[in-house]
Design a protein around this ligand. Structure first.
Ligand code: CDP
Length: 215
């Protein structure tokens, strides 16, 4: 099974680069952040406090999440747009800090890779925890300023300062949580995407692939 793990903080270029790498390699692509956002969306919809550990863990085990290239469907509802909205973004870090939620989503991510015969998987703990045996582990970074700039251009209704503050807060929570924090796996290749084009980064990633043995 061929798994490429791409981790990094918000705005580091993970999604764009991961999609492009998947296309170039003919692999499927999984956005695990969308899964944490989907659980958060389901909790908010049901009036469950995202910080309430037990009910959120139970919900994570029950909720039906369908993430594909274009859409995120949660219990039959198209949540593609809403999972990127400010309410979910504000609450997602506390859902992602829930150890039982992480256990459940890790199980689903591993199942996904089995079913898809590998893939390009992006997130925060993919190389360190979910696929420690990945063929290639990439950790993308970029300066705080560049990350906030990119994200505020994507999210048109939020200004730079609001986006920068949100990213800084999530970086902090994601890096300091007890269960599977955002870390650089020992054997990951770190790529700073500041000032680099998407194509350049994609080529750098592909250049680090181990040589394929002939089948
Ligand atoms: O792209 P952006 O950084 O805005 O976020 P995302 O990749 O959609 O992930 C949203 C949140 O989910 C992150 O801030 C993390 O708290 C969490 N997450 C995680 O804990 N582990 C993952 N493998 C992926 C996301």
């Amino acid at each position: 099974m061929r798994v490429i793990a791409i981790d990094g903080p918000a705005g580091s270029g993970k999604s764009t680069v991961s999609r492009a790498v998947a296309t170039r390699l003919g692999l499927d692509y999984l956005d695990t952040g969308a899964m944490y956002r989907a659980v958060t969306f389901a909790a908010l919809r049901r009036g469950i406090d995202p910080a309430d550990t037990e009910p959120v863990a139970r919900l994570a085990r029950q909720v039906e999440i369908n993430v594909d290239d274009r859409k995120v469907v949660v219990d039959g509802i198209d949540a593609t747009i809403e999972i990127r909205g400010p309410e979910v973004t504000r609450a997602v870090s506390s859902v992602a800090a829930n150890p039982e939620v992480r256990r459940e989503l890790r199980r689903r991510q591993q199942e996904w890779a089995q079913a898809h015969r590998g893939g390009v998987v992006e997130g925060r703990d993919i190389g360190s925890v979910v696929f420690p045996e990945a063929e290639l582990k990439i950790f993308l970074t970029a300066s705080e300023d560049e990350r906030a700039g990119r994200r505020s251009r994507e999210v048109l209704d939020l200004d730079y300062d609001t986006v920068a503050a949100d990213i800084a807060r999530r970086d902090y929570v994601d890096s300091t949580r007890l269960t599977n924090p955002l870390t650089i796996a020992d054997d990951a290749v770190v790529i700073d995407t500041t000032g680099r084009s998407i194509d350049e980064v994609v080529d750098l990633v592909l250049s680090r692939l181990p040589a394929q043995e002939d089948a």
